[in-house]
Design a protein around this ligand. Structure first.
Ligand code: NAD
Length: 255
């Protein structure tokens, strides 16, 4: 069975992806900063009867990213599917946006995907099989105010996705991006309070008038749909699908 490395696989969307891939028999390396990462990995392994290893690599450091990939190669054998999912957010108007937050968001949400993709690339090319899936965002395709770093990083991921698709095309190494609308995860829960402050609204008003306003179906996006799309992109059936940035955003980017 194939192996998948999921960054940020210990929370939110990444954990949902980990559960779905484990349920299909994939062995996993899950990475994240959660303190209980080892326990999450053990639980997934027990529940699904697959091998699951944990890496606490901090993706702000390229050397730790390379070590994480080496760990996956040593403990699982090889990386067949890489899901660049880890991400962080900070919401503030540009004139108040701290430089440190800009640097951190660009580092985790964009540069880490370059470093991780580079680290798995040679092996994928040699084996003539590789699937790189970038969890981008509706903010890879559309902008919102107060999110300068996040929107810039996510738009950057679309560009990286296209370049890797072209470079991998003759080796059966595909690269696609999934662009979800709002999903109710810890990242979004934290943002509701920040956005309420930035917009001068109550938290309920942020959900109704900022987040779900843009999603025509007026619902948060389900992690299960994102996971099923990722499983398809990882499959042989998706061999001719590469370089795409696929919205799953309740109609947001239709506007
Ligand atoms: P989350 O906060 O629940 O999970 C983020 C994960 O990334 C965590 O496991 C965290 O430990 C990890 N992470 C953060 N910084 C890290 C670092 N420096 N090193 C290693 N790991 C790090 O968030 P989520 O909502 O599940 O988001 C996952 C991805 O989906 C992100 O890229 C996010 O931008 C994207 N996304 C989320 C939404 C949404 O509405 N939740 C919408 C569109 C896109």
């Amino acid at each position: 069975m194939k192996n998948v490395l999921i960054t940020g696989g210990t929370s939110g969307i990444g954990l949902g992806l980990a559960r779905s891939f484990a349920a299909q028999g994939y062995n996993l390396l899950i990475n994240g900063l959660e303190k209980d990462g080892e326990r999450i990995a053990q639980k997934l392994a027990q529940e699904h009867g697959v091998k699951v290893v944990f890496s606490g690599a901090n993706l702000m450091h390229p050397a730790q990213i390379r070590e994480m990939v080496q760990q996956a190669e040593q403990e699982l054998g090889q990386v067949d599917v890489l899901i660049n999912n880890a991400g962080i957010q900070f919401v503030a108007p540009i004139d108040e946006f701290p430089k440190e937050k800009w640097d951190a968001i660009l580092s985790v949400n964009l540069s880490s995907s370059f470093h991780a993709s580079k680290a798995v690339w040679q092996g994928m090319k040699e084996r003539r099989f590789g699937r790189i899936i970038n969890i981008a965002s509706a903010h890879a395709l559309r902008a919102s105010e107060y999110k300068a770093a996040y929107v810039a990083a996510k738009h950057g991921i679309v560009g990286l996705t296209k370049v890797l698709a072209l470079e991998g095309a003759s080796y059966n190494v595909t690269c696609n991006a999934i662009c979800p609308g709002y999903v109710r995860t810890p990242l979004v829960e934290a943002q509701i309070a920040d956005q309420a402050r930035a917009h001068g609204m109550s938290e309920e008003e942020v959900v109704e008038n900022v987040m779900l306003k843009k999603q025509a179906v007026k619902q948060f996006v389900d992690i299960d749909g994102i996971a099923k799309l990722a499983l398809f992109l990882a499959s042989d059936a998706a061999a001719q699908m590469t370089g795409a940035s696929l919205p799953i955003d309740g109609g947001w980017s239709a506007q």
